[in-house]
Design a protein around this ligand. Structure first.
Ligand code: 4AZ
Length: 272
């Protein structure tokens, strides 16, 4: 989607039965596009964000992804918590939960944990999508094994060419086929120039290297997509990105744009 919000909005609209134009073309072979099934035990820090009140129960209320960065805190995308997506400020959503340790959304495996507080990055710019992250505080702590370390600035995991995997329950084809079971897609960290070329500004969006990270595969076909927003991009066992935006899904020349986790680390460190 050209507009960063489009994916979560599509889910909101689907839940509300508002007719939507079909998304702009995306490859059909294309988490996640061009992905593979993942058992949650392989990425135990990946969580689903859920509100059945807002999004209905057919997919357990899943509308975005998230990732546990300590036992009581989950990172997600700021745009996942916008009033446009949620229909209300996040603090007013009585049934906002995270689902942990569950591969299949409709199974009873794992746990649903209530969110007791939401913090949206005050620097988040909903026009450029810079600073697209938010923190959820959980009602009860997760096990230590469910937490992934964040890669700080200068970490080798950010080097272009590094293999990375993105995880989510989002659109698995680019055609609105939201997954019921967790998927992953293998991509690589791409040089900032790849996204600067693809997203120079204007209608297609603007890539800001300081706060965003570019990832994909140059031929296309492997990518995050609608519904994956807020979910993790992992390299060398560390969190490097959150699914944020892009033009369509899996198209050559339109890499995925992620929230750069080193910026999150800086912000969270300053705040405490
Ligand atoms: C979305 O609309 C979205 N291909 C998320 C990720 C990407 C594109 C769109 C990246 O939520």
């Amino acid at each position: 989607m050209r507009r960063p919000f489009a994916g979560a909005l599509a889910l909101a609209a689907a839940a509300a039965l508002i007719p939507l134009a079909s998304p702009a073309s995306a490859t059909s072979d294309s988490v996640v596009i061009g992905g593979f099934p993942v058992d949650i035990s392989q990425s135990p820090w990946t969580v689903a964000l859920s509100s059945r009140d807002r999004f209905g129960g057919t997919r357990a209320g899943q509308f975005c992804g998230g990732v546990a960065v300590d036992r009581s805190r989950v990172l997600t995308a700021a745009h996942c918590l916008s009033a446009a997506v949620l229909g209300a400020p996040p603090g007013q959503m009585a049934d906002l939960k995270i689902i942990t340790d569950r591969t299949d959304l409709l199974s009873s495996r794992g746990k649903e944990v209530a969110v007791t507080a939401t913090w949206v990055n005050p620097q988040y710019n909903s026009f450029t999508n810079a600073g697209d992250f938010a923190v959820l505080t959980l009602a009860s702590p997760l096990p230590p094994s469910s937490v992934i370390p964040m890669a700080a600035a200068g970490d080798q995991a950010y080097t272009p060419g590094t293999a990375a995997t993105v995880y989510g329950w989002g659109d698995s084809t680019g055609g609105g086929d939201y997954a019921l079971s967790l998927r992953g897609a293998n991509v690589q960290v791409l040089p900032d120039t790849a996204c600067q070329q693809a997203y120079p500004g204007g209608l297609g969006g603007k890539y800001v290297a300081e706060s965003m990270l570019c990832a994909g595969v140059s031929a296309g076909g492997h990518d995050a997509c609608q519904g994956d927003s807020g979910g993790p991009l992992v390299a060398k066992g560390r969190l490097i990105g959150l699914v944020s935006w892009g033009n369509g899904c899996g198209q050559a020349g339109s890499p995925g744009v992620y929230t750069r986790i080193s910026e999150v680390v800086k912000t969270l460190t300053v705040g405490r």
